[in-house]
Design a protein around this ligand. Sequence first.
Ligand code: ASP
Length: 315
Amino acid sequence: MSKYTLAIHGGAGTILKEDMTPELEEAYQAGLRQAMDAGFAVLEQGGSALNAIKATIVILEDNMLFNAGRGSVFTKKGVQEMDAAVMDGRTLDAGAVTGVRNVRNPIELAMEVMLNSNHVFLSGKGAQDFAIKQGIKLEPDEYFFSQFRYDQWKAIRDSDTYSLDHTHQRLEELMRDKKFGTVGAVACDQNGNIAAATSTGGMTNKKYGRIGDSPIIGAGTYANNATCGISCTGHGELFIRAAAAHDVSCLMEYKGLSLQEAMEIVVHEKLMAIGGEGGMIGVDAQGNAALVFNSQGMYRGFKSSDGASVVAIYK
Ligand code: ASP
């Protein structure tokens, strides 16, 4: 039996202790721990990495504090459109959905795409139809609403975030202030099988059907038993351009780097070079975990069969 490990994140960004109340910090810590313990229990009982990450992500999606499932951010049009992906490192099977609404747990839909469709990546209405056909649980808009995310969106909804004149400079700062709250989990089970998953509402005020890195295999999510499982969080556009998750795997496979070394190069060198703020979590087939970020903070944790157990928020 090999060492088994689960690592999780709940988003990265400008997360500063001075902006946090003790109650809120406690709530984040408790949310992370609850999700981590649930996933780890699956591994402990001999369950698969895939089932462990699913158990973890469902809990984080149901938790209003995180930008995934319930509590997702609002788009330019004031609705919530969610993305999710999962990958099985044993078979290199993958499933992903983008722009889905009213799906209670987008990770379950991504899993369904992987296991019970002939496709890898479904979008919008088609993904929705597939959800209905497969009997995936749906919820009304109200279920996903959180006042906090709504207020965040209201503050910037009348703006365009992508220009670079002065006004938008300030806006960029404002955006940066909005923590990236995506959730992710990666695991290596008792048999040395690896899986990775990511789920998100994307970025506040996103428009034109914008898709981030989270549901894109190789960008925000990747798993391969030969190397590692990775889930990213941060400014998705840059993670897509860096093919971030897959790049970690490549550095391990082609250059023989360790998980930690490979993640540090991608997060601190390659992403930084193009202004890609955020971080990622990873596990390798020996059950080693790594949690690396270049932002002020990242909600994160990992638990391993050797007794290690960590939940942390700040640098
Ligand atoms: N990476 C996500 C996206 O760009 C956002 C996040 O990590 O919070 O959609």
